[in-house]
Design a protein around this ligand. Structure first.
Ligand code: NAP
Length: 250
């Protein structure tokens, strides 16, 4: 019998991560839903997956904190087994502002949460997946953003730059581990209906901008989850170091 595949989804309790957790569970994966503080949404989601016959755990961990990340991956080793897929998804956004108003503390918080976290989670995944370390291979899917291309002027160039770093991480790491059985790709969503826009201070941001989107609407988390799942699956077996834009043509 083939071992059940295991996926770790950072920030999997809400938004895009939650849609991905549901989809991977439906496709037969054992799922680790990571969250930082919102235990109720993560646990409710996990209970729903388990009630439908799925295998799922939740792990509280601040993925910008190295000790938390190490603890999360060893919990997964013990409770679910060898990781097959890592979805680096957890991310934050701060109040819209121009660079002149940004403090170093704010910029560092964005970089720790959106960049350092992806690096250290990827490191733990590679240590387990790479044939160099006796692993059976695997896939990493990074959730970047269309902001990496636009730069988000007058809104949050700190966030946009953090996502630019994720595009570069995707490219560099994909080449570093390609011969070791690991594929690394990223999705670049734009204007998806989640709580994140409220964190930027404009919950109705998509309403304001949707006429500029060629498809004339914002995206749904489930539409991003489908792309993440495709990149994690064997159907994309010849893709690595690639960026998949999901922004309604914007
Ligand atoms: P969301 O609804 O605000 O969810 C963010 C998730 O990240 C939450 O589950 C949160 O955990 C988790 N998180 C944040 N910091 C964390 C940390 N340090 N450790 C662990 N978990 C942490 O946002 P979303 O829109 O689904 O965003 C998911 C990803 O998509 C992000 O990387 C974001 O940049 C990217 N993205 C979103 C859009 C969009 O339009 N929504 C567009 C492009 C890219 P808690 O629930 O515990 O707070």
């Amino acid at each position: 019998m083939r071992a059940q595949k295991v996926v770790v989804i950072t920030g999997g309790g809400r938004g895009i991560g939650a849609a991905a957790a549901k989809l991977f569970a439906k496709e037969g994966y054992a799922v680790c839903i990571n969250y930082k503080s919102n235990s109720e949404t993560a646990n409710t989601l996990a209970q729903g997956i388990i009630a439908e016959g799925g295998r799922c755990i939740t792990v509280q961990a601040d993925v910008s904190n190295e000790a938390d990340v190490i603890r999360m991956f060893s919990t997964v080793d013990k409770e679910l087994g060898a990781i097959s897929v890592l979805v680096n998804n957890a991310g934050i956004l701060k109040q819209q502002s121009r660079l002149e108003e940004m403090t170093a503390d704010r910029i560092n918080e964005i970089l720790f949460n959106n960049v350092t976290s992806y690096f250290i989670c990827s490191r733990e995944a590679v240590k387990r997946m790479s044939s160099r370390h006796g692993g059976n291979g695997g896939v990493i899917v990074n959730v970047s953003s269309g902001a990496a291309r636009t730069g988000s002027p007058n809104e949050y160039i700190d966030y946009a730059a953090s996502k630019g770093a994720i595009d570069t991480l995707t490219k560099g790491l994909s080449l570093e581990v390609a011969a070791e059985g690991i594929r690394v790709n990223c999705v670049r969503p734009g204007l998806i209906h989640t709580d994140m826009h409220a964190d930027g201070g404009e919950p109705e941001r998509i309403e304001r901008l949707k006429s500029k989107i060629p498809l004339q609407r914002g995206g749904e988390p489930e539409e991003v989850a489908e792309a993440i799942y495709w990149l994690a699956s064997e159907k994309s077996s010849f893709s690595t170091g690639n960026y998949l834009d999901l922004s309604g043509g914007l």
